[in-house]
Design a protein around this ligand. Structure first.
Ligand SMILES: C[S@@+](CC[C@H](N)C(=O)[O-])C[C@H]1O[C@@H](n2cnc3c(N)ncnc32)[C@H](O)[C@@H]1O
Length: 289
């Protein structure tokens, strides 16, 4: 989910200068911004991805929309399955790392399906609290750990994990190379990483871009190779993301006049247009250490 400040009314015009990639925010500023954004908008996405009976997905992403997908809840489950389709066979008890785990929904579902131990890393304490309580409610507290920290400086030893995945989070990271270097460092030799994210070949066209650092497919692929990943591959799924999500969110917000609704309508319309023009995409990157 792309971020901006919660003073969205001050942003959005093409005249807002993009933060220079070199002026990487300090850790404190970054936490403040990311936490502020999610504490402002999390409930909107939780509601958007809930079923009519109140069941929540535990995920905060755009989802993957098939012909017959009618809810964001199902779309997010489709995306999760599409990402994990790229996981190789794993030994019993394999150690996995989720980077930018949000509120834990993807980890809980994976832990139910596979005999794995998961460590979930996120920059925002409130996301981790929600993730922990979700895991506990599902009786998975011992199978999933939640750790506060940054993807660009991970609090884990070298060669700790058998696989890692990162769903719709890497666009937040001001230093993509640091993230990939760290991701590589904490994986065991031969381990797989899966990175699903929004991609963009021209960030100047993104209406609300403060705190968002989209990369093109070419740049992301090159950065993964530079970090030492091999067998890098890409699956392009943007045709099943932007248009149906925008239509769903528009219908959901029909009649609502709040700031969140207004903000997301503008953001998603902008993204759909950029996707139509071939500037924006949604991609799943796979690499091996
Ligand atoms: C759009 S949400 C996606 C959450 C989850 N992966 C999902 O699909 O439901 C992005 C998450 O990345 C986290 N995040 C942003 N910057 C981060 C960083 N530098 N290190 C770790 N997590 C970060 C945010 O706090 C947020 O929980």
């Amino acid at each position: 989910m792309p971020s901006s400040s919660n003073q969205f009314a001050d942003e959005g015009s093409a005249s807002v200068p993009m933060k220079n990639q070199c002026e990487i925010e300090t850790l404190h500023e970054m936490i403040q911004q990311v936490a502020g954004f999610y504490n402002w908008s999390r409930n909107y996405w939780i509601e958007l991805a809930s079923l009519p009976d109140g069941t929540t997905s535990g995920m905060l992403n755009f989802g993957l929309w098939q012909e017959d997908t009618t809810t964001l809840f199902d779309a997010q489950e489709n995306l999760r399955r599409e990402v994990f389709r790229h996981l190789p066979a794993l030994a019993s008890g394999a150690a996995g790392l989720e980077i930018g785990c949000g509120i834990g929904g993807a980890a809980v579902r994976l832990a139910k399906e596979r005999d794995v131990h998961l460590t979930c890393l996120d920059l925002v304490a409130e996301q981790l609290e929600l993730g922990r309580s979700l895991a506990d409610r599902h009786g998975l507290g011992a199978q999933i750990d939640f750790t506060l920290g940054s993807s660009m400086s991970m609090p884990f030893d070298d060669s700790s994990f058998d696989f890692s995945y990162c769903i719709e989070s890497s666009f937040h990271y001001p230093d993509n190379q640091a993230f990939l270097r760290e991701n590589q460092r904490v994986l065991k030799p031969g381990a797989t990483t899966l990175i699903a994210d929004i991609t963009c070949s021209d960030n100047s066209r993104v209406g609300f871009r403060r705190g968002n650092h989209y990369r093109s497919v070419t740049d992301m692929t090159a950065a993964m190779l530079t970090a030492g990943f091999t067998d890098v591959g890409v699956t392009r799924i943007g045709d099943r993301v932007f248009k149906p999500l925008q239509a769903f969110a528009e219908a959901f917000g029909h009649g609502r006049r709040d700031k969140l609704q207004k903000y997301w309508r503008l953001v998603l319309r902008n993204y759909e247009k950029l996707w139509e023009e071939g500037v924006m995409g949604y991609d799943i990157f796979v690499g091996r250490k």
